[in-house]
Design a protein around this ligand. Structure first.
Ligand code: ROI
Length: 166
């Protein structure tokens, strides 16, 4: 008999439409209800200008820390279910969105596929991910990239600010 191991996973949350702070709070509540999963912690809420295409409202971002028995693909599917329940339209790739949930890390798993890459392929480039992630895990080592503190030295934090404590 094989017994699934419990893994530490980190999820990035982002929203820039339809009352972003309620979107993030509602998503955090939904993460706490996931099966075979425990919500351990979540970061402050951070505001920042949209990276990528201009002309979008500013984003609110946060990171949640989970302990889960779900596989990466089952967890990803559960995250997409939460996005859909909160009215996410999958239109434009880099477009404004009510809710974006990114599986950032699942244990120390490294994989690359068309449906899911771990760690998240942009994790090391994004201050709006690294800053809230460091709040939860200051000594974290990101597989394939190194210590979070060192990664933070290399990204711009211009415009990123805390708007609500956890
Ligand atoms: N920019 C910020 N600041 N926060 C996000 O969550 C975010 N998400 C995106 C793109 C469009 C890349 N820009 C973002 O998907």
């Amino acid at each position: 008999m094989s017994v699934a191991a419990c893994e530490r996973a980190y999820v990035g949350l982002g929203s820039n439409l339809a009352d972003p702070s309620s979107q993030l709070r509602q998503a955090i509540d939904a993460l706490a209800q996931l099966p075979d999963t425990r919500l351990l912690n979540h970061s402050s809420l951070y505001s920042s200008p949209a990276e990528g295409p201009v002309g979008q409202p500013d984003y609110l971002n946060a990171v949640a820390e989970l302990e889960t028995y779900l596989s990466p693909s089952d967890l990803l599917e559960a995250l997409q279910g939460i996005e859909d329940a909160q009215g996410r339209c999958r239109g434009l790739r880099w477009g404004a969105r009510t809710l974006d949930l990114d599986l950032l890390l699942w244990g120390t798993r490294e994989q690359s596929s068309t449906t899911l890459s771990l760690p998240h392929p942009e994790i090391h480039n994004r201050a709006f991910v690294l800053v809230p992630l460091r709040e939860l895990a200051p000594a974290l080592e990101i597989p394939g990239h190194g210590l979070i503190t060192r990664l933070l030295d290399a990204v711009s934090r211009v415009g990123l600010r805390v708007v609500a404590l956890p």
